[in-house]
Design a protein around this ligand. Structure first.
Ligand code: GLC
Length: 430
């Protein structure tokens, strides 16, 4: 009798534990596919996704990584979303894409999930960029703003202050090159390959000369304006032909930064993340010798910086929008943005992260640049932005690489094409 009782208890435990096993099987985590571009510091992204898994055992994030170039990555995301591919749940969006993705019906309208009260906790530039016809389609993850990096040690050695004018930068560079007499040292590196990064760099040269590419209100394209033409001639004749190494016309962010951290250029234009890389002892030969400031300007004009950055969007056709939203919330939380700021040097989009004492202590430059981040300027806002950008990329690339070419003539033809695209975008019903 006693044995039977013991047996019953034993069986009971076995049955119970079987039920447990069964229920664990039943709750197999849901796969959420996150499509992203190739990040600059993949190890930091692995960490934050692992943190998410720890806290959300019912969800498994499957990361699919595309190319680093925003332009090439766009082609992949657009292709998949155009085909109503349900296998993507969350995607990373460049700051210039929300109007296009919203208009095409690819990005889920997040207005009911991402309340205005919550939106107010973010910097306003990226929120505006994610808003289309009064609805919000993306949650900003980190902010991009063009910054100017320089070799602080070399400037000190030659008694120079960080240059505020482009011409001053060239003059200082010439003196340093002469003094250092070092094979392979150049004055400047930036992003001049024919892709989205070229548009960002060229906008800064044009704006910092008082020019503009498009009048957003009227859709008038100003490429033929003498100020714009002069800015492009300066880049062609002084930057590409003299200050930068020849290869620069094939460089995106990683290659141009590589040159700088190898100690091969004195000045460098890049996004906020470059600070962490340039000061990483394991990756950089110039760690601790770097200064950072705002982008130089032309005489009589103000420095300008392009608004960049990346956002999370949810596929309109995702079968798991609710779980996808939990992932997006986690990835844009104070906690995650803080890790991205501390370990990857990314500029937060959440205001509270700038006030975090640890961020202030370990990444003081992010706070120092907050006013500049708030004043970044957007690229043209249009649901057909990729068409506009393709034309700008082609035009800028020809203008700065073909020595002696008639920029004005090319500009007139390009302007006419862009005006048509812009009008097409504006015709889309509001
Ligand atoms: C950075 C910016 C993005 C920009 C791209 C160009 O990733 O955040 O907005 O389009 O660089 O290369």
């Amino acid at each position: 009798m006693k044995t039977i009782k013991i047996m019953t208890i034993f069986l009971g435990i076995v049955v119970l534990s079987c039920t447990n096993v069964k229920s664990t099987w039943a709750e197999k985590p849901t796969n959420i596919v996150f499509l992203t571009w190739k990040p600059n510091q993949p190890e930091v992204w692995d960490t934050v996704i692992e943190n998410f898994h720890q806290k959300n055992p019912d969800i498994h994030i499957k990361v699919q990584v595309g190319p680093h170039s925003s332009t090439q990555y766009h082609a992949i995301v657009a292709q998949r979303l155009k085909n109503m591919d349900k296998s993507v749940d969350v995607f990373f969006m460049d700051v210039i894409w929300p109007p296009e993705f919203a208009n095409a019906g690819w990005a889920l309208d997040l207005s009911s999930k991402f309340s205005v009260e919550e939106q107010n906790k973010f910097l306003s530039g990226p929120i505006t960029a994610n808003t289309y016809q009064g609805k919000i389609y993306g949650v900003p993850c980190y902010l991009g703003a063009g910054l100017f990096y320089y070799r602080e040690d070399l400037l000190k050695k030659y008694h120079f202050k960080p240059p505020t004018l482009w011409k001053e930068m060239l003059k200082q560079g010439e003196v340093i090159l002469k003094g250092e007499n070092e094979q392979g040292l150049h004055i400047y590196s930036g992003q001049f390959k024919q892709y989205e990064g070229l548009v960002c760099n060229m906008m800064e040269f044009i704006w910092s000369n008082g020019g503009a590419v498009i009048e957003q209100k009227t859709g008038k394209v100003l490429l033929n304006d003498p100020t714009v033409v002069k800015s492009l001639e300066f880049v062609r004749d002084k930057i590409i032909a003299r200050a930068a190494p020849r290869g620069v016309i094939n460089y995106e962010e990683p290659e141009s930064l590589d040159l700088f951290i190898q100690g091969k250029t004195i000045f460098h234009r890049n996004w906020p993340y470059a600070w962490a890389v340039a000061n990483d002892q394991k990756k950089s030969k110039i760690a601790g010798k770097v200064g950072v400031g705002i982008i130089p300007a032309f005489q009589g004009h103000n420095s300008a910086s392009t608004l960049g950055g990346w956002q999370f969007g949810i596929n309109n056709y995702s079968m798991h929008a609710q779980k996808a939203w939990r992932f997006v919330q986690f990835m844009t939380s104070h906690e995650t943005q803080k890790i991205l700021a501390l370990d990857a040097g990314l500029a937060p989009t959440r205001r509270s992260v700038y006030q975090d004492p640890e961020v202030q202590e370990k990444r003081p430059h992010l706070n120092a640049f907050l006013p500049a981040f708030k004043n970044t300027r957007p690229r043209p806002l249009s649901p057909v932005y990729p068409m506009i950008s393709q034309e700008l990329q082609r035009f800028f690339s020809h203008a700065i690489t073909e020595s002696g070419s008639d920029i004005s003539e090319m500009a007139a033809a390009s302007s006419a094409r862009i005006e048509k695209f812009f009008a097409l975008g504006a015709m889309i019903p509001k």
